[in-house]
Design a protein around this ligand. Structure first.
Ligand SMILES: Nc1ncnc2c1ncn2[C@@H]1O[C@H](COP(=O)(O)OP(=O)(O)OP(=O)(O)O)[C@@H](O)[C@H]1O
Ligand SMILES: [Mg+2]
Length: 243
């Protein structure tokens, strides 16, 4: 999947009318099948993912993800509360993607069976564990067969015992040909399951020169985790490893 970002920048407007620069002059043109976006809180990771998914419009610059067939998985509470897990998958397939009731049912059942979620999916989200909810949210996002899946910290609200289940599901989907881009704080997942890693720094970090890009490191995950070039990235890893 070719991801092409040209001079992409984004500012948020605060209630007092002042602007806050969050993404700055990002240029990126690479073939990517699995990409982890990592970096400190406030670095603009979620903002970048939302722009690429078409959920918000960038202040300036252009982007192209090579496909419009994308799906999105939110950090938590992404399911409609008054629908069962099953309905969360079938109703969008019918209403948004034009499936018949029967087609939607068959698609949802196949997917849920594959991931061992068929029985759980008869429940409402509140009756499911966080891990089950997230796996159903992922099943919903992949049901219409997107070519590229965006995930924003899909495991950060989960107990460690559920995190593995969700990460396994993402890995299995990739093994079956799905491209994905994930914002994650799970360094092990970024390193092992994502071929490439991009690091976004907080543009207000005093060590970042004014007007420079805040995508400060990109490359093979293994290389970044063992031998990052940028000292800010090295410091970030040192801090994480310290604890
Ligand atoms: N809708 C918004 N309006 C105003 N400011 C926002 C909005 N969304 C995000 N911001 C600000 O933009 C900056 C980047 O936010 P973003 O959520 O993209 O960071 P992040 O890298 O995903 O951080 P985290 O790791 O904490 O999720 C933050 O300072 C945040 O407060
Ligand atoms: Mg975020």
């Amino acid at each position: 999947m070719n991801i092409n970002l040209q001079d992409l920048s984004h500012d948020f407007i605060a209630p007092d009318g002042s602007t806050k620069n969050v993404l700055s002059h990002i240029n990126f043109n690479e073939k990517v099948s699995t990409l982890a976006i990592i970096g400190p809180s406030g670095g603009g990771k979620s903002t970048l993912l939302r722009i690429l998914a078409g959920l918000i419009k960038p202040t300036s610059g252009t982007y192209d993800c090579g496909t419009n067939k994308t799906g999105f998985v939110f950090q938590q509470n992404g399911l409609f509360k008054h629908w069962t897990g099953f309905e969360n998958i079938t109703i969008p397939l019918e209403k948004v993607h034009g499936y018949t009731k029967e087609q939607a049912r068959e698609s949802a059942e196949n997917l849920l069976r594959r991931f061992g979620l068929l029985d759980d999916a008869q429940k409402l989200p509140a009756q499911l564990s966080g891990g089950q909810q997230q796996r159903i949210a992922i099943a919903r996002a992949v049901a219409p067969n997107p070519e590229l899946l965006f995930l924003d910290e899909p495991t950060s609200a989960l107990d460690p015992e559920y995190t593995g289940e969700v990460l396994d599901m993402i890995k299995e989907l990739h093994d079956n040909g799905l491209n994905f881009m994930v914002v994650t704080h799970h360094m092990g997942f970024a390193r092992k399951a994502c071929e490439k890693t991009a690091f976004l720094v907080d543009i207000n970090n005093p060590e970042v020169k004014a007007g420079s890009s805040n995508l400060i490191e990109y490359g093979d995950s293994e290389q970044i985790f063992t031998d990052a070039k940028n000292p800010i990235v090295k410091q970030f890893f040192d801090k994480i490893l310290e604890w």
